[in-house]
Design a protein around this ligand. Structure first.
Ligand code: ADP
Ligand code: MG
Length: 408
């Protein structure tokens, strides 16, 4: 059954503020929200200076925040069942938070557990010169499923970064805040992610895709009015927890860097699609060759998708998605049987196209379908999962939603 739409952050702001007041004994100075995301196309391209095209989900992390002047950072999540975590801002070090990216569920990521995400943001802001940050109280609640490839972590980082930016008057732009969130995740938490997730959370616009050039963070908001065109984009959360911390992500990253070195370019972004065959001929290592083929061809699929959308031909994007999935499955080898089953079943049941989205090894797939076909496609996927003995997937529409904002 499709999952109900989550409460909007505007609706839940009051409850989160009340939770804050119960915990800390005073009203918060404000309440902020930042969404999770799905990526339409352009996967594993963001750490290669390439192109991505995410959209923000209606699922958000909502945080009530106040400043403190005594150097203390207190964080609490309504979703973990843990108590308040108290840290000293001046003592925050990457080693205190990071644990090499143990991820996958709401749970420990190191010495300070999930608190490494908000603490990492405070650390990264201070590293960026904002020593004015002398503490904060944070209470948050999130509707972004964790470890499902929908960037619950970036939602957390972005909401805290935006709140502190507003409260302390830091004057940072949205892309700068996204870089801060990425730095927190890379250096403090210890997950070597690119910048797409934080950019989507910080910069997305309602009803739009974010066409992002990750080399210089230039972006374009692309209208994505699926409903008007009689189309729907579904998210299928396979419920298989992804575990990017097991080294697979870092291994793909290292392979891409090795490919760039062998080709004499700074990043794979510089390899033109038209010259891909020549480039591949120059690579001896079959694994590196396959990684390069994926990255260069996925950049081209982003360009093709943009051209199709600009031409008003959203239906034709479907096969581009399915092609992208094959590349992630066969060349990058970051899919898993459950994701492959979603894609194969959805396409067979009449969807226009489908692919895994996010880091892979579990997590979520997206399915583009005629609006009138979504019930049949959903049922086909659910039946296939039941027949294969998998946990029932969670299916919901990917409604392109607004990026981070103040909500109370
Ligand atoms: P994803 O970003 O795809 O959801 P990650 O593994 O990158 O998966 O991030 C998930 C981690 O983020 C969780 O294990 C937890 O540490 C933290 N997290 C996410 N949402 C919350 C929340 N509501 N409360 C506490 N921690 C959270
Ligand atoms: Mg994440």
């Amino acid at each position: 059954m499709p999952v109900e739409a989550p409460a909007t952050p505007e609706e839940s702001a009051r409850a989160v503020a009340e939770g804050f007041a119960r915990l800390y004994g005073a009203e918060p100075e404000g309440v902020w929200a930042a969404p999770g995301r799905v990526n339409l196309i352009g996967e594993y391209t963001d750490f290669n200076d390439g192109f991505v095209m995410p959209l923000a989900l209606p699922h958000t992390a909502v945080a009530a925040v106040s400043r403190r002047t005594d150097g203390r950072l207190r964080v609490h999540s309504a979703d973990t069942g843990e108590g308040v975590v108290t840290l000293e801002v001046a003592e925050l070090r990457p080693e205190s938070g990071g644990a090499g990216g143990v991820v996958g569920a709401v749970g420990p990521v190191g010495a300070v557990g999930w608190a490494a995400y908000p603490a990492g943001v405070v650390w990264a802001l201070r590293e960026a010169g904002h020593e004015i940050i002398t503490g904060a109280d944070v209470h948050l609640a999130s509707t972004v499923p964790t470890g499902a490839g929908l960037s619950s972590s970036a939602a957390l980082e972005t909401v805290v970064a935006l709140a502190l930016n507003d409260l302390y008057g830091l004057g940072r732009s949205r892309p700068e805040l996204a870089r801060i969130g990425q730095r927190a995740e890379n250096a403090f938490v210890g997950v070597p992610c690119g910048v797409m997730d934080q950019m989507a959370s910080a910069c997305a616009a309602e009803g739009h895709l974010l066409h992002l050039d990750t080399r210089d963070l230039s972006l374009r908001q692309v209208p994505f009015d699926l409903a008007q065109r009689g189309l729907a984009l579904l998210v299928v959360d396979t419920r298989v927890k992804h575990a990017l911390g097991d080294g697979a992500y870092a291994e793909r990253r290292a392979g891409c860097e090795a490919g760039a070195r062998a080709l004499g370019v700074n990043t794979l972004r510089e390899v033109e699609y038209a010259r891909l065959p020549e480039a591949l001929d120059r690579l001896d290592d079959p694994t590196v060759r396959a990684y390069v083929r994926h990255v260069v061809s996925d950049n081209e699929r982003v360009a093709r998708t943009i051209a199709l959308l600009d031409a008003g031909d959203a239906r034709a994007v479907g096969p581009v998605l399915t092609e992208g999935h094959a590349s992630l499955r066969d060349d990058l080898r970051v899919s898993c049987p459950e994701l492959d089953l979603v894609v194969a079943t959805a396409v067979e049941a009449g969807a226009l196209g489908a692919r895994m989205t996010g880091g892979g090894f579990g997590g979520s797939a997206i399915v583009l379908a005629e609006a009138g076909d979504t019930a049949a496609v959903t049922k086909a996927v659910e039946d296939a999962f039941a027949a294969a003995g998998h946990t029932a997937p969670r299916v919901f529409p990917a409604v392109p939603s607004a990026g981070a904002r103040r909500v109370g």
